[in-house]
Structures are given as structure tokens and as C-alpha cells.
Write a protein that binds this ligand. Structure first.
Ligand code: PRX
Length: 654
């Protein structure tokens, strides 16, 4: 298939979708020309306790920097996701949970069920002294209790901080400390592909070294493993919720009160606590979930079955497993397991089992499945599918074509959604009834989003078909509001590189049709299997090892993961740079951060290429990691050009 393939919108889609091409143009124009009017109307999709009169109060400029939306209004997002659906949809499934092991019992929670659980658990939180404005750390696998815990926090106005259950005790402890939560919610164990993940043991270990203020750990009994419980600190979830009332009135929450914190990696320093607030985020998730996936009930009033395969530990799980679909009264499928267990057909079996109509996943999973051949796909039906989504990293045209032709049988538009933890929800994406598709392009902006490209060096705006650094010119309701505990860092990280604009960290090309093609990060962040990893974080982990003097980490191309982690390590004098040490360092990083940070390559380097002022020249390290060594560029400014020869000679994959 050529690079220039275009897939027009089918007439069936154009005639039946919520948004067709003309509506897209009209709504987009209005959203930019009259943001106040546009968002005043769009925000009516939520139920407000006290209606807002103010809509947009935002500036990206240093003098009057600030971002607030709907700020004199109040609402409760848990009530928007639950209570308001009960009268008409109480018996409709809100969450369908599919366990890791396909022979285990699944769980279906109707809106009534979920509401009751959330009220009960909100009372448990209150009984444990959690009050509005506090932070609650959630370290749970993909089980319904995760959604219950999130919505219970939202109900009482506590901010949740979810830590992905694949993170190590060390990483968990750091995140608990940073947001100073006094309560942690976890499970005895998680299950993924038949493997047990010792979550409670990880919490215990995290609390040994960190987070000494944690006075309560609430533990979901999931696998039934025999785990130690500290009587003064630990309580079982099922016992706690049985003891309390099932009635809990939702708190009145200001639109700009925090909803959650989610830690994400940046180019420098420790992970940042991205802070999202309630009103604007709620509007953004609900709106994008509806328009991007064309999500609405069938003609007979029954729900479309929608499945976002992301983990709730990432922002995609927040916005598109929980808040977006539930705000819209939808049915959200939640899957505990992995794509290759018990075999490579698992995704497609689940789609057939529940007649999933909308499926949303990351390219890395698709690439891993594509490798195994079409048979695992074609032996399943998938007739129910209507829309396919992609998220988290650029989707290469080859994987796109496979998704489109083999999985979707040329019937299902692919929405390649570009966005970030910071943006709260979709920013650039096709809409199924409005946008002709180009494989590999996230295409056109969502309503209210003004993408632009700037010259990375000069910061000047670039017009027409061109390539540059991707910025957003004005605020949108789902935008993050701060970095928890460090508002100054928020401004510096996102608004100081190109003054007056939000800098995404991504590079991007715009073609002659105005389509955007994300080319990947242009800062020191790498995207491993759709997960963000700061090179600085991996470096800090490596240098904690007693035998490591210095480390530099860069991304390298990887067929399945998109990018892999390439670590250059200088050991302390007298160390034997053995394969054994290499393996030890890999394990060390896994222990410090978690398996997602596993280095793919460790190259021992007696010296790193540095300028005379001591700055590591990452450009050279990246080229070597990419095996693009014909063109290393100017090395004359290096303090010791000889180190490059050594690096080239000792490449593990040379
Ligand atoms: O580089 C972009 C890439 O993922 C980054 C955001 O990562 P994170 O905050 O973890 O959020 C992931 C889920 C939204 C972006 O800066 N990215 C995300 N979606 C796409 C993408 N790159 C290309 N195409 C996408 N559809």
C-alpha cells in the first residue's frame, strides 16, 4: 500500500454518524471563533449542581498565566457517571469485567450495582478519615474495584493518585510520598497472563522505606493468596464495605477542585504529578468519548459495547475506561489480562464473547499480534466491530493496514487518537463519520484544539505543509491545571519553551490537506510500548548501583515496542564489565522502576561523549543506538573525540 493511501468516509458512516464532515467543519469553526458559546453548550452534557456562569478564564502568558474553566460552577463527577443514569439505565451494564483466565467467572456490574459499591466504598473512605481535598493512592490491578475506588474518591472530593500495578515498590513509595497520601488501596495479588503480581507485598515493601504517614491500607481479596496483614494498619475491602451504609450523598465539588493526580515521566527529574480538575476534564472526556467513537445507544435504547484495552494505571484508562464512557451512560468492558494469554486470539475471542462494537488499543499490542500471523484473528468472527481505535504512540502504516484489513475487515474506521496525560483526552483524531483516513496520521484537531507547528530552534510559527515542534495555541477544558506541589514547574515545563504556547514535547508534520502526522518525542522522553519513560529516570536508577559511575540512556527503534531502552554505562574503576553485571543492571532497573523500564541494551562505555563543558552529547548516543552510524554529525566539539570510536567498536549489536 502506498504512503499516500486515503480511505474516504463511507456513505453509511457519513449518513448516520453523530458528526459528519460538514458538522465537523461547522462545529470546529465555532469552537475557535466563539469558545465561550461553544463550551457553554457542550458543558451541558454534565449535570451541574450549581450552574456555572463563567466559561473560559485562561492565559498561557507569563504575566497573567492561569487556566480555569467553568470555575463558579459545582458538580460531582461520580454522580454524573452513576446517579443520573439510575432512573433510566439502572439495570444496564456499566462495567463488564473479563478475568485474566477465560475459564474464571466474569463479572457484570449494572449501574445500580456500581452505584451501590461506590457509595459503600465512599463511606469506607470517610470512616477512615479521608476528607475532601486529600489524596488517595490506588495500586490495583484491572478489576472493577479500581473503578469503584476512583469514583468513590470523586464522590467525596478526594483526589485519587493511581500508580500502575506494574511499578516497583520503590516507584510506588516515591509517588505516595510526593502526594502525601495517608491511605493506599491495593489487592492481595494481581494476575496477568497467569502470572501472579505480589501487590500487597509490594505495598508493604514500599511502606518500609517510604510513606511512613500511611496509616491505612485497604486490601481487595482478589486471588485469595495468603498474605500477611498488619492488624493496626491493614483492612480487607470486603469487610470494610460490608460494615458501612450503602447511602452516600455526592459532595458538591467546585469545577476547579482536583479530581486526580497521575504521575508521568518528563525529560528531567522525577515523574511529575499531573493534576486534573473536575469540570473541564469531565466535559472533555465525555465529549471526546462520544464524538471520537461515535458512541450512543442503539435505536432500541440498548448500549453499544465499548472496550478500551488500556490499564487504569495510565491516563487512557482514566479517561476512556472509566470517566468518559460512564459519564455517557455507556457499557465499558474492563479486561484484567494480556493479549497473548491463553493464546494470541484472546482479544478477538473477547470481542466475539461480548459482541464488542468499539475496540481501542495501543499499536504495540497490535504489532505483537500481527507478528503471530493472521490465523489467530481470522479464526474469530469480529462481525460486531464497528470502530477501531489506536492510542499511545505513532501507529506505523503497516500495523494500521493490518488493523484495518485483517481485524476490521475493511469495514471499521480507525481513529488514531493523539493526546497526552497532560491533555486529559483526545486532541487530534479522526471522527468516524467525518474524516477521511490516512494510515499513520492522527489527522485533524478535536473541537477547541488549535495545534500549530513551530521552528524548534527559533520558536516561530510555521505555515502550510511543513514539519516542526507541535504546540497548542490556546487552552481546552481537559487541560491539566498544575503539577502537584510545583506550579512553577508546570509553567516552566510546558509554557516557557515557546512563550504563550503549550509545548507538547512531540515533533509533527502537517501535510497539504492539513493532516497532522506525529513523528514522536523530541525531548528526552522515550515511548516504550506506548508508555512514557524519562531517560533521566532510568539513568538515576542505574547510577544508584554501586558499580555504576555514570549512565546515559536513549531510545532505540524496536519492532514491537516502538522504542526500546538503550543504556550506556560507565562502571567505577576496576570493575569487570561482564555479561553477568549487564544482567544484574537490567534486574536492578526493573527493581527500581518496574518491568516497563527494562533496558533492552546495556553497553559498557569507558567514556561518554561530552562537550568541553561536560554536557553529554545525546545526539551521538542516539545515532549509535539507532545503528545510524554513517552520519554522526560534527564531533569536533567533543572534549575527547576518541570515546566515539570506542563506542562504535563496542556496540553489542554491531
Ligand atoms: O508522543 C506522544 C505519544 O504519547 C505521548 C503521550 O504519552 P502519555 O502521556 O503516556 O499518554 C499516552 C496516552 C494518550 C505523546 O506525547 N502518543 C500518544 N498518542 C499518540 C502518540 N503518538 C502518535 N500517535 C498517537 N496517536
Amino acid at each position: 500500500m502506498s504512503d499516500n493511501a486515503v480511505y474516504p468516509v463511507s456513505s453509511e458512516w457519513a449518513n448516520n454518524a453523530i458528526i459528519d464532515a460538514a458538522t465537523y467543519d461547522e462545529k470546529y469553526r465555532r469552537s475557535i471563533e466563539d469558545p465561550e458559546g461553544f463550551w457553554r453548550e457542550e458543558a451541558q452534557r454534565l449535570d451541574w449542581i450549581k450552574p456555572f456562569t463563567q466559561v473560559k478564564g485562561t492565559s498561557f502568558d507569563q504575566q497573567d498565566f492561569g487556566i480555569r474553566w467553568f470555575w463558579d460552577g459545582t458538580l460531582n463527577l461520580s454522580a454524573n457517571c452513576l446517579d443520573r443514569h439510575l432512573e433510566t439505565h439502572g439495570n444496564t451494564p456499566a462495567i463488564i469485567w473479563e478475568p485474566d483466565d477465560p475459564t474464571s467467572r466474569n463479572r457484570i456490574l449494572t449501574y445500580n450495582d456500581l452505584h451501590e459499591q461506590v457509595c459503600r466504598f465512599a463511606n469506607v473512605l470517610k470512616a477512615n478519615g479521608v476528607t475532601k481535598g486529600e489524596r488517595v493512592t490506588i495500586y490495583l490491578p484491572m478489576i472493577p474495584e479500581a473503578a469503584v475506588a476512583m469514583l468513590a474518591c470523586a464522590r467525596i472530593g478526594a483526589a485519587h493518585s493511581i500508580v500502575f500495578a506494574g511499578f516497583s515498590p520503590e516507584a510506588l513509595g516515591g509517588r505516595i510520598d510526593d502526594c502525601a497520601s495517608t491511605i493506599v488501596i491495593t489487592a492481595d495479588e494481581g494476575l496477568r497472563g497467569g502470572k501472579r503480581i505480589p501487590l500487597k507485598a509490594n505495598v508493604d515493601e514500599a511502606l518500609e522505606h517510604h510513606a511512613r504517614d500511611v496509616s491505612r491500607v485497604i486490601v481487595v481479596q482478589h486471588t485469595g493468596a495468603d498474605i500477611p496483614m498488619d492488624e493496626s494498619r491493614d483492612v480487607w475491602w470486603h469487610e470494610a464495605i460490608a460494615a458501612g451504609s450503602h447511602i452516600c450523598e455526592p459532595e458538591e465539588i467546585n469545577a476547579e477542585d482536583p479530581l486526580f493526580i497521575l504521575y508521568t515521566s518528563g525529560s528531567t527529574g522525577k515523574p511529575k504529578g499531573v493534576l486534573h480538575t473536575t469540570g473541564g476534564y469531565g466535559v472533555w472526556c465525555s465529549m471526546t468519548h462520544e464524538y471520537t467513537f461515535d458512541y450512543r445507544p442503539h435505536a432500541d435504547g440498548s448500549n453499544q459495547i465499548y472496550w478500551c484495552a488500556a490499564d487504569i494505571g495510565w491516563v487512557t484508562g482514566h479517561s476512556y475506561v472509566v470517566y468518559g464512557p460512564l459519564a455517557n451512560g455507556g457499557t465499558s468492558l474492563m479486561f484484567e489480562g494480556v493479549p497473548n494469554y491463553p493464546d494470541f486470539s484472546r482479544f478477538w475471542h473477547i470481542i466475539d464473547k461480548y459482541q464488542v462494537e468499539i475496540f481501542y488499543a495501543a499499536p504495540t499490542a497490535l504489532r505483537a499480534l500481527m507478528r503471530e500471523g493472521d490465523d489467530y484473528v481470522t479464526r474469530t468472527s469480529r462481525k460486531s466491530l464497528k470502530v477501531l481505535g489506536s492510542v499511545g504512540e505513532p501507529i506505523n502504516p503497516e500495523a494500521w493496514e493490518w488493523y484495518y484489513n485483517v481485524v476490521g475487515e475493511k469495514r471499521c474506521p480507525i481513529v488514531d487518537t493523539w493526546w497526552q496525560t497532560e491533555t486529559g483526552g483526545h486532541m487530534i483524531t479522526p471522527l468516524p463519520g467525518a474524516t477521511a483516513l490516512k494510515p499513520g496520521s492522527a489527522s485533524r484537531p478535536m473541537f477547541g484544539v488549535q495545534p500549530a507547528l513551530v521552528d524548534p530552534e527559533k520558536g516561530t510559527l510555521l505555515e502550510g505543509a511543513t514539519e516542526g515542534a507541535l504546540v497548542i495555541l490556546d487552552s481546552w477544558p481537559g487541560q491539566m491545571r498544575s503539577i502537584f506541589g510545583d506550579h512553577e514547574r508546570f509553567f516552566q515545563t510546558y509554557f516557557s519553551t515557546y512563550p504563550g504556547m503549550y509545548f507538547t514535547g512531540d515533533g509533527c508534520r502537517r501535510d497539504e490537506d492539513g493532516y497532522y502526522w506525529i513523528t514522536g518525542r523530541i525531548d528526552d522522553v522515550i515511548n516504550v510500548s506506548g508508555h512514557r519513560m524519562g531517560t533521566a529516570e532510568v539513568e538515576s536508577a542505574l547510577v544508584l548501583h554501586p558499580k555504576v559511575a555514570e549512565a546515559a540512556v536513549v531510545g532505540m527503534p524496536h519492532d514491537v515496542k516502538g522504542q526500546g531502552i538503550y543504556a550506556y554505562v560507565t562502571t567505577v574503576a576496576g570493575t569487570d564489565d561482564s555479561d553477568e553485571l549487564r544482567r544484574e543492571l537490567v534486574q536492578w532497573v526493573r527493581k527500581e522502576i518496574g518491568p516497563i523500564a527494562t533496558p533492552d541494551v546495556v553497553q559498557f562505555a569507558p567514556g561518554l561523549p561530552k562537550t568541553r563543558s561536560g554536557k553529554i552529547m545525546r545526539r551521538i548516543l542516539r545515532k549509535i543506538a539507532e545503528n545510524d552510524v554513517g552520519n554522526l554529525g560534527d564531533t569536533s566539539t567533543l572534549a575527547d573525540p576518541g570515546v566515539v570510536d570506542d563506542l562504535l567498536a563496542n556496540r553489542p549489536h554491531a
